[in-house]
Ligand binder design. Structure first.
Ligand SMILES: *[C@@H]1O[C@H](CO)[C@@H](O)[C@H](O)[C@H]1NC(C)=O
Ligand SMILES: *[C@@H]1O[C@H](CO)[C@@H](O)[C@H](O)[C@H]1NC(C)=O
Ligand SMILES: *[C@@H]1O[C@H](CO)[C@@H](O)[C@H](O)[C@H]1NC(C)=O
Length: 485
């Protein structure tokens, strides 16, 4: 008993100490890792600290990522992928294991400040056709018990990040309701969240509204006022973000939880891959959003009450994301894949413009291009193959490399594949059509990337092996010496 109280005191002491080091801001980021050019997690954590980003939302519980977050003081939301919901819903042993392996073991002095567990990611998305619908609550009930058994139920909150398609409105925000088939589940879910003091987490994307609907008024997507305001009784809406947020508030009111705190799990604007996805639009949206949230104005139906937290989507570009929704999916980052700020942005954390990542372990400065002395007529299949593995989305309409010409296209595809293969020399062959160059082939805004080395994983492995080797060497020498005495 005494020992456990001591442990608790140390635990809370550690977190209080951490809290004092960071501004308790409402602006966080999503950190997704669907990239073949992954920055070492420690570089990403340094990048966040350098920019005073105090909250991060993850999509899983990758041990390498959590390991790097140890002692950082950054508040973490870990995620449970939808695929795990079935197991967690059906077995308390599985949920005990999940909590043990992915939460408890990090909650030690000098550990990771895990505050939220996201149970599924947009599990009610219409596209899933109800596949996960009935699993969410049973999984939450099991996880809540597991957290309680680990003495963490008071500290760690379960949430469910929902896509904004969970609710709808026939016209104005005050008409908001949950999708009819979700009404019962949402009522149970929100009652559960409410009894645990958890916020409702929603992902809001004015970009998608603009992208999907030709008659969506462009200025309504941003925060500079709109020539098409939405009049809803006494309330007037000048931006899609507020309109969407208050549609959710109305839906929550209709099931009896109009006061439910709301956090925004994802919100952002991509920089390429669609006509309305570009640097200036992304900058205008994100900066407008941050100023709007930090002004504490709230929304027309919740004046003076901003969302509890917002997590920008996203910290980094992820060039292995599925592009079924559109090429823009790979370009949501406020930073490119290698931690370089794409545009000046002030996160409102008292730190000025975004600062770039440091100590990025790039591969050597070399690129693969189309061999200028070769006839390139037979190149189509090579290009197709290269682009089926590597990212070529920038070559298309609305992309930064769309106008680099036919030969440029080929070189771009070759290089993307070559970097994906970590500059492995055979990967620039393409039946003799490719050639390695040491001159940067980038043109204008079209950047030919240089990949990132996998050194972190390798060196950790090498480090342990080398240490073992070193120790055994000394043991052998010692034994020899003892022997010879
Ligand atoms: C912990 O999380 C990781 C990453 O999401 C997952 O692969 C693993 O299965 C989880 N552990 C358990 C016991 O479920
Ligand atoms: C960027 O996107 C915005 C928003 O859709 C659009 O108004 C603007 O024309 C675009 N800018 C460029 C340079 O394409
Ligand atoms: C380069 O490739 C893109 C994507 O296929 C295409 O839209 C563009 O027209 C190509 N450029 C040339 C000159 O072929």
């Amino acid at each position: 008993m005494a020992a456990s109280n001591l442990a608790k005191a140390l635990f809370w002491g550690f977190f209080l100490e951490r809290c004092l080091l960071f501004v308790d801001s409402a602006i966080g980021v999503n950190w997704g890792t669907l990239s073949s050019h992954k920055l070492p997690p420690s570089v990403v954590v340094d990048l966040m600290r350098e920019n005073k980003i105090g909250k991060v939302k993850l999509f899983d519980a990758d041990p390498e990522v959590l390991w790097a977050l140890r002692g950082s003081g950054i508040e973490v939301m870990v995620g449970i992928p939808n695929d795990l919901l079935a197991a967690l819903a059906s077995s308390i042993a599985a949920s005990d294991q999940w909590v043990g392996q992915n939460v408890s073991r990090y909650l030690v002095k000098g550990g990771v400040d895990i505050r939220y567990v996201a149970v599924g990611n947009e599990p009610f998305l219409t596209n899933y056709q109800g596949r996960y619908q009935s699993l969410v609550l049973p999984a939450m009930l099991n996880l809540q018990q597991s957290l309680a058994r680990a003495n963490l139920a008071g500290y760690i909150k379960l949430v469910v990040p929902c896509n904004a398609d969970a609710y709808q409105s026939a016209s104005v925000p005050s008409q908001g309701v949950f999708r009819p088939e979700l009404t019962q589940i949402m009522t149970q879910l929100v009652s559960f969240l409410n009894s645990n003091g958890s916020p409702f987490v929603v992902n809001i994307y004015p970009f998608l509204s603009l992208y999907q609907s030709a008659d969506f008024p462009q200025d309504y997507a941003f925060f500079e006022g709109s020539s098409h305001p939405v009049v809803d009784g006494q309330n007037v809406y000048y931006n899609a973000f507020d309109g969407n947020f208050d549609t959710l508030v109305a839906a929550l009111s209709k099931i009896g939880y109009g006061q439910m705190p709301v956090a925004v799990g994802e919100v952002g604007w991509p920089t390429e891959g669609a006509p309305s996805a570009n640097l200036s639009a992304a900058r205008a949206f994100n900066q407008g959003l941050i100023s709007h949230v930090l002004s504490n104005k709230g929304t027309p139906s919740r004046p003076g009450i901003p969302p509890v937290d917002i997590y920008l989507f996203s910290l980094l570009d992820e060039e292995q994301k599925n592009i079924l929704p559109g090429n823009f999916e790979r370009h949501w980052g406020i930073y490119s894949f290698d931690g370089q700020a794409k545009y000046p942005l002030n996160l409102g954390l008292g730190n000025g413009w975004l600062k770039n990542a440091r100590n990025v372990p790039y591969l050597p400065s070399r690129w693969c291009i189309a061999n200028p002395s070769q006839d390139l007529t037979g190149v189509t299949n090579h290009m197709k193959l290269a682009c089926s593995f590597a990212d070529c989305t920038t070559l298309y309409y609305g992309g930064s490399c769309n106008t680099i010409g036919e030969k440029g296209n080929i070189s771009y595809a070759f290089n993307s594949y070559y970097q994906l293969q970590k500059q492995e020399s055979k990967s620039c062959d393409f039946d003799g059509l490719g050639i390695v160059t040491f001159l940067d082939p980038s043109v204008g805004d079209c950047r030919f990337l240089v990949g990132i080395s996998d050194s972190s994983g390798c060196c950790l492995g090498c480090g342990i092996l080398c240490a073992l080797w070193f120790v055994s060497l000394w043991v052998i020498i010692y034994l020899r010496v003892v022997d010879s005495l």
